[in-house]
Design a protein around this ligand. Structure first.
Ligand code: FES
Length: 125
């Protein structure tokens, strides 16, 4: 039987917004809340160039990445056409306004993903 951990309450997540859940290893998880209080969790990395999806704009069942505006489906993590890619998603359980994530998924999904690094500056002063 899966073990779940309470990460926040639904009320802690802004409507049409998100909250970051840090992990011991790997990138954080972004937990999103829709206008009808559905909650979804994705790795906080856009499949395009690693943008922070937690800082994107939630609309319907999707989030728009803040960097280049790719649209990522909250229920699957897939980018909408014409873009192509997928970010890992995490199972979510709601219990009396509490948001729970699976312990095993938090400890295993995308833990080996390297942090996003800024590119080198090529301009000389
Ligand atoms: S990094 Fe998200 S659209 Fe480019």
């Amino acid at each position: 039987m899966a073990e779940w951990i309470h990460v926040c309450d639904v009320a802690d997540i802004p409507v049409l917004g998100s909250r970051r859940v840090n992990r011991d290893k790997g990138p954080a998880v972004a937990v999103f809340r829709t206008s009808d209080d559905q909650v979804y969790a994705l790795l906080d990395r856009c499949p395009h160039k690693g943008g922070p999806l937690s800082q994107g704009i939630v609309f319907g069942r999707a989030v728009a990445c803040p960097l280049h505006n790719w649209t990522i489906a909250l229920d699957t993590g897939t980018a909408r056409e014409p873009d192509d890619g997928c970010t890992p998603r995490f199972s979510v359980k709601l219990e009396q306004g509490r948001v729970l994530l699976q312990v095993a998924e938090l400890a295993s999904i995308a833990i080996d993903v390297a942090p996003v690094m800024a590119g080198p500056c090529t301009r000389t002063c």
